[in-house]
Design a protein around this ligand. Structure first.
Ligand code: NAP
Length: 240
């Protein structure tokens, strides 16, 4: 039986592209979604044998149920991709406590919970690869996205700490920090702002979900066996 990848937030965007790419490369794929049931089902229907799992990564009971079911179904989880995420664009002074807490619950607590429960099995197997999704904004900070930037900075610190803690257990922990990627998350960005961003990007364009997925596939592969604790930018050179 091939290796198993559990991808959170795989109903749309980067997660859905990663699910397709890992599937095409022989992985057993666990597709997690929260609200986008139609999109998730359509994706799962196009990938026969993939396991569809509804669940909110910020809820401990959901995470426990999903990790248990995926492990029962495929025997083990070899690769965990903590991709599920949300963003808000607003002034700090307009940001509500509820928005702030929701950002942290999904982007940080969700990553913590999924990793905590998936790592138990990886530690017993003395192998595993955990890949977190941060953002360029977790490194450089985005105006009007202070909460989002703070969560993505937290994901980077979590990656580094966990790489040290889990290395002796044969587990690598890395992070991908995408730049501006063409997904629903950026659907409100104006053409003018997109153009300005491209002008500040050495490669002169925005990226695609497939381009992020290829970096994820590499970090999950044997070729990345001696890489841990790293933050890999997939950003067209915005941060150099
Ligand atoms: P997207 O198109 O908005 O998709 C977000 C995905 O996350 C959806 O599948 C959504 O599932 C899922 N999700 C949200 N809350 C969830 C929860 N509580 N539990 C489970 N799943 C949940 O976003 P994207 O652009 O692909 O972003 C994917 C990741 O890349 C995020 O972590 C994002 O912060 C990061 N990123 C994106 C960019 C970019 O430019 N797009 C740049 C840097 C980093 P449902 O729809 O089913 O609820």
């Amino acid at each position: 039986m091939g290796k198993t990848v559990f991808i959170t937030g795989a109903s749309r965007g980067i997660g859905a592209a990663a699910a397709r790419l890992f599937y095409e490369n022989g992985y057993n794929v666990v597709i997690n979604y929260n609200n986008s049931v139609e999109k998730a089902k359509a994706l799962a229907d196009s990938l026969p044998g993939a396991l569809l799992m509804q669940g909110d990564v910020s809820k401990e009971e959901d995470v426990k149920r999903m990790v248990f079911a995926a492990t029962e179904h495929f025997g083990k989880i070899d690769v965990l991709i903590n991709n599920a995420g949300i963003s808000y664009v607003n002034l700090l002074t307009d940001t509500t406590l509820e928005e702030w807490e929701k950002l942290f619950r999904v982007n940080v607590t969700g990553t913590f919970l999924m990793t905590k429960y998936a790592a138990e099995n990886m530690i017993s197997n003395h192998s595993g690869k955990i890949i977190n999704i941060s953002s360029i904004w977790g490194i450089s900070g985005a105006s009007l996205e202070s909460g989002y930037s703070a969560t993505k900075g937290a994901v980077i610190a979590f990656t580094k700490a966990l790489a040290k803690e889990l290395g002796p257990s044969g587990i690598t922990v890395n992070c991908v920090a995408p730049g501006f990627i063409d997904t629903d998350m950026n659907s409100d960005v104006t053409p003018e702002d997109t153009k300005a961003f491209c002008e500040d990007t050495p490669l002169g364009r925005i990226g695609t979900p497939d381009e992020v997925s290829k970096a994820l596939l590499f970090l999950a592969s044997e070729g990345a066996d001696f890489i841990t604790g790293q933050i890999i930018g997939v950003d067209g050179g915005v941060i150099i």
